[in-house]
Design a protein around this ligand. Structure first.
Ligand SMILES: Nc1ncnc2c1ncn2[C@@H]1O[C@H](COP(=O)(O)OP(=O)(O)OP(=O)(O)O)[C@@H](O)[C@H]1O
Ligand SMILES: [Mg+2]
Length: 478
C-alpha cells in the first residue's frame, strides 16, 4: 500500500484546528462532572498504516492520490502546520532525516509521519475518519465536508466549507431514522425560527435541508471548545469566569425569548467558547424540535437527552413552557460550572429527573465554600422548583449576575431571601442557635411569644425588687 511521496496539494484548504477533545460521544455518562474523558477505545486490534491507507483509498475511489489526502487532512486537523509538512517532505526528499535512506523515497506520507512520530496512531485513525466524512460530504451540494467535530445523542456534527461563500460552517447531520412527518415539519419550522435570531452569543443558524433521506442543519462554525470541555479539563470554573459566561448566555436567551423561542436544552455541551472567550449558545431552535414528544417516542426505552439540567416542568412533560425553564437549565449549568458537580445525580436518568422535582438543592456554596453568598443566592433562585419562584425573565437575571460580578449582593434574589418566610428562616437557624432565634422571633412579633421569651429577665428583675424591698424594710426596723 506504500506509495512514493508526492507533494500534497493543499490549495483547497487552509491550516485550522479541530476540537481536540472530541472522540465521539457516549451518553449519558459523558455528562458526568468527573475526570477528564478518557479517549474512547476502538473495538478490535489497532489499525495499521496499511489499514488506514486502504480506507482512504476506498473513500477516494482512486480519484485522488492518498498522500495528497493525508497531507491535506493532517494540516486541516491541526496535527502539524503546513510549514511543518513542507519541512517533513523536504527532509524526506533529501534523505537526511528519516527512514532508511535507500527506501525512504518509496515510503508513503502516512508511514513517514507515523514512523517518525509526527502524528500518533490515534491521530492516524482520525485522518481516516476525516477522509470518510469528506466522502459523505459530497452528498450535500454546496458544502465540502472537512471532518467530524463531534457527535451527540442523535446527530453528528461536521466541519465544512460552504463553497459559494468560502466560509467555514458546522453541519449537524440527523440520521435518517427520524421519519415522523410532524417531527420533520417541526424541525424545519424551528430551523426557520432559529434563522431569524441574530445575536453575538448565539451560534448562527444558516440553513436547513435534506439530501436523500438525510436532514441537515447548517450553522456558524465555532473554533473553540464547549463549557463541558472546560469543566472536564479543569474540574470547575472560577466564579468570575462562570458569571461572565452566564451573563452572555442569559443575554442570548433574552433575545430568543423576546422572539418567542425557548431553547429547552441549555447545558454545558451546548455552550461553546470561542478562542477569544466569547460564549455562544448552540442548538437554538433545534433543541425544541428534538425534545418533543415524537422524538421522545422514537427514542422510547433509551436515555434521551441529558437529565442533569432539565427543568421540573419539562420533567412533567408540560407542553407550554416559558423562559423560566431555560433559566432553570442555565442555573443548573452555572451550578455545574462553579461547583464541578451536577446539582442532582442518580443511578439512572429517571432518578435524576425525580430529584429535580422533589429533592432540595444542595446549596452551591456548601459544595464549594469559596463561592460568594451572592452567586449561591442567584443560582438557588434560578433553580427554584416552581417556575413562578424563579427569575421571570433574563433581564432580571442579568441584573443580579452583574451585581454579583461587581461584588454586591444580588438585587432581586437577595430581596427575595430577605422577604422570605421568616418562620422557615428562624427554623433553619434554630438548629444552630436556638436561644438567639427564639429571642429574635419574640422581639419581631412583640406578642405573647415576646412576653414568654422575656420571662426569665422579668423574673430576675422582680426578685431583685423584692430583695431590695426586704432589705429596705429590714434596715428601717433595725
Ligand atoms: N457550531 C459548532 N461549531 C463547532 N463545533 C460544534 C458546533 N456545534 C456542535 N459542535 C461540536 O459537536 C459536538 C456535538 O454536538 P451535538 O449538538 O450533536 O451534541 P451535544 O450538544 O454534545 O449533545 P446533544 O445531542 O445532547 O445535543 C459538540 O459537543 C461540539 O463539540
Ligand atoms: Mg449540541
Amino acid at each position: 500500500m506504500s506509495q512514493p511521496v508526492k507533494k500534497p496539494d493543499l490549495t483547497e484548504t487552509s491550516p485550522m484546528s479541530v476540537n481536540e477533545g472530541d472522540n465521539g460521544t457516549v451518553r449519558p455518562e459523558d455528562t458526568k462532572p468527573v475526570p477528564a474523558a478518557a479517549p474512547k477505545k476502538r473495538e478490535g486490534p489497532p489499525l495499521t498504516v496499511a489499514d488506514v491507507e486502504a480506507r482512504i483509498q476506498e473513500s477516494a475511489k482512486g480519484n485522488t492520490n492518498v498522500d495528497t489526502m493525508v497531507g491535506r487532512a493532517v494540516v486541516e486537523q491541526g496535527f502539524i502546520t503546513r510549514e511543518e509538512l513542507d519541512a517533513v517532505l523536504d527532509l524526506h526528499k533529501s534523505g537526511s532525516r528519516v527512514g532508511t535512506p535507500t527506501d525512504s523515497n518509496q515510503m508513503s506520507l502516512l508511514s513517514l509521519l507515523v514512523d517518525n512520530e509526527y502524528i500518533t496512531r490515534r491521530q492516524m485513525e482520525r485522518i481516516a475518519q476525516q477522509v470518510e466524512a469528506d466522502k459523505s460530504g459530497q452528498k450535500i451540494p454546496g458544502y465540502k465536508i472537512l471532518g467530524k467535530l463531534g457527535a451527540g445523542a442523535m446527530a453528528t456534527v461536521v466541519k465544512a466549507r460552504q463553497v459559494s461563500l468560502d466560509r467555514l460552517v458546522a453541519i449537524k447531520l440527523l440520521p435518517p431514522k427520524y421519519t415522523n412527518p410532524q417531527f420533520i415539519e417541526r424541525f424545519y419550522a424551528e430551523g426557520r425560527a432559529a434563522a431569524q435570531l441574530n445575536h453575538p452569543n448565539i451560534v448562527q443558524a444558516y440553513d436547513v435541508g435534506k439530501v436523500g433521506d438525510q436532514h441537515y442543519f447548517v450553522m456558524e462554525y465555532v473554533d473553540g471548545r464547549t463549557v463541558y470541555d472546560d469543566i472536564t479539563a479543569h474540574k470547575r470554573l472560577g466564579e468570575k469566569d462562570a458569571i461572565d459566561i452566564a451573563i452572555q448566555i442569559a443575554s442570548a436567551l433574552q433575545h430568543a425569548h423576546e422572539k418567542g423561542l425557548i431553547h429547552r436544552d441549555v447545558k454545558p455541551k451546548n455552550i461553546m467558547i470561542t478562542k477569544e472567550g466569547v460564549a455562544k449558545l448552540a442548538d437554538m431552535g433545534l433543541a425544541r424540535a428534538i425534545n418533543d414528544r415524537e422524538a421522545a417516542e422514537a427514542e422510547a426505552g433509551k436515555a434521551f437527552g441529558t437529565p442533569y439540567y432539565i427543568s421540573p416542568e419539562q420533567v412533567h412533560g408540560k407542553i407550554q413552557i416559558g423562559p423560566p425553564a431555560d433559566i432553570y437549565s442555565l442555573g443548573a449549568t452555572l451550578y455545574h460550572m462553579v461547583t464541578g458537580v451536577v446539582p442532582f445525580d442518580g443511578k439512572n436518568p429517571s432518578a435524576v429527573m425525580h430529584k429535580h422535582l422533589k429533592e432540595p438543592l444542595n446549596p452551591p456554596d456548601q459544595v464549594n465554600p469559596r463561592l460568594s453568598a451572592g452567586i449561591a443566592e442567584v443560582i438557588e433562585m434560578m433553580m427554584a422548583k416552581s417556575p413562578k419562584d424563579r427569575y421571570q425573565n433574563c433581564k432580571d437575571l442579568i441584573l443580579d449576575l452583574k451585581a454579583v460580578r461587581e461584588g454586591n449582593p444580588p438585587i432581586i434574589a437577595h430581596k427575595d431571601v430577605a422577604g422570605a418566610d421568616l418562620a422557615s428562616l428562624a427554623k433553619a437557624e434554630a438548629a444552630t442557635a436556638p436561644v438567639e432565634v427564639a429571642a429574635l422571633a419574640a422581639r419581631s412579633t412583640g406578642g405573647l411569644g415576646s412576653t414568654f421569651a422575656q420571662w426569665p429577665v422579668i423574673l430576675i428583675i422582680v426578685l431583685l425588687v423584692i430583695s431590695l424591698a426586704l432589705n429596705v424594710v429590714l434596715a428601717i426596723r433595725n
